[in-house]
Design a protein around this ligand. Structure first.
Ligand code: NDP
Length: 276
């Protein structure tokens, strides 16, 4: 009988790679892991999480659409979770209360700077989207040294909320989606919209892509296809999807729960292989 209990909560959750990633990490340390994928509709999320932890759960990953609810549910919040206003990891504290963490931004920056060897310092960055994931990565991009962060969202109010939360107008500001064709080019373009997973293709002008541009889609696999094709056609220097981010954020959660840092390289490599 496995001695540890972990889970990922989402809706839908059937295609989540988290169980596979965490089992691969656990094998590196000889840990026998009980890690489940739990599908919880928004109305059932709080009750499902409370039941999971009451029955001995020790930690949970949280994905769409529950990250804000997970943040609200927790008794303590990491700095990254607090500034993002959302949580992708919940941990049971010794007294039974829940601690919220957000590892999205750290995972994305580590994927870019360590796996893909990209130096973000001095880059002008364009962040497309202002949802939970954009909130999770914005501060980390600034911490990684991007010179300016231009936030553009289909609904401009959400972009303003994010820029106001950052509170550094000299470095982080918003523009309108309608102006994308006239705002010039960027060194780093991050697609943090859910257009790809929703089956929609963003209509983006090639003029956004600067001569040394690096393009990154937080979604991965087929959902990132349209954005990556656009980036390469526009002449981007490099274009990556968010699979590496997913693996890195999972590694942070694994370390929080097990106190050991997994080697993400082989897990990323195995997930990158095309299905046989
Ligand atoms: P949210 O639902 O919180 O936000 C969605 C964002 O996408 C909003 O800004 C929304 O704009 C925008 N959007 C949706 N459809 C369109 C469209 N057709 N055109 C333009 N903008 C659109 O989702 P998250 O922020 O949590 O997730 C965003 C993406 O990031 C998802 O694909 C998710 O899978 C991925 N992700 C990947 C992670 C990883 O580890 N690789 C981790 C976290 C997220 P509006 O406000 O106008 O509705």
């Amino acid at each position: 009988m496995p001695s540890t209990q972990f889970a990922v909560f989402g809706h839908p959750i059937g295609h989540s790679l988290s169980p596979r990633i965490h089992q691969a990490f656990a094998r590196q340390f000889g840990i026998e892991l009980d890690y489940r994928a739990i599908d919880a509709a928004p109305a059932d999320f709080i009750a499902a999480v409370q039941r999971f932890f009451a029955e001995g759960g020790r930690g949970a990953n949280v994905t769409l659409p529950h990250k804000a609810a997970a943040f609200a549910l927790a008794a303590t919040r990491s700095e990254a979770a607090s500034r993002a206003g959302s949580a992708n990891v919940l941990t049971r504290l010794p007294d039974g209360r829940l601690a919220a963490h957000n590892t999205d931004g750290a995972g994305m920056v580590r994927d870019l700077t360590e796996r893909h060897d990209m130096d973000l310092r001095g880059h002008t960055a364009l962040l497309l989207g202002a949802g939970g994931a954009a909130h999770g990565v914005a501060w980390n991009l600034l911490d990684a040294g991007v010179a300016t962060l231009t936030i553009v969202n289909r609904s401009p109010e959400a972009a303003d909320v994010l820029a106001d939360a950052i509170g550094d107008p000299a470095r982080a500001h918003t523009r309108y989606w309608e102006d994308l064709a006239s705002i010039g080019s960027y060194d780093l373009i991050v697609n943090a919209t859910s257009a790809g997973v929703l089956g929609a293709a963003l209509q983006l002008p090639f003029s956004l892509v600067g001569s040394r541009a690096l393009c990154y889609d937080l979604s991965y696999g087929a959902a990132a296809g349209s954005f990556l094709t656009w980036a390469r056609t526009a002449g981007a220097r490099s274009a990556f999807d968010g699979l590496g981010m997913l693996v890195e954020t999972a590694a942070d959660a694994f370390e929080l729960w097990h106190g050991q840092r997994p080697d993400t390289g082989p897990v990323y490599q195995s997930l990158s292989q095309p299905a046989a």
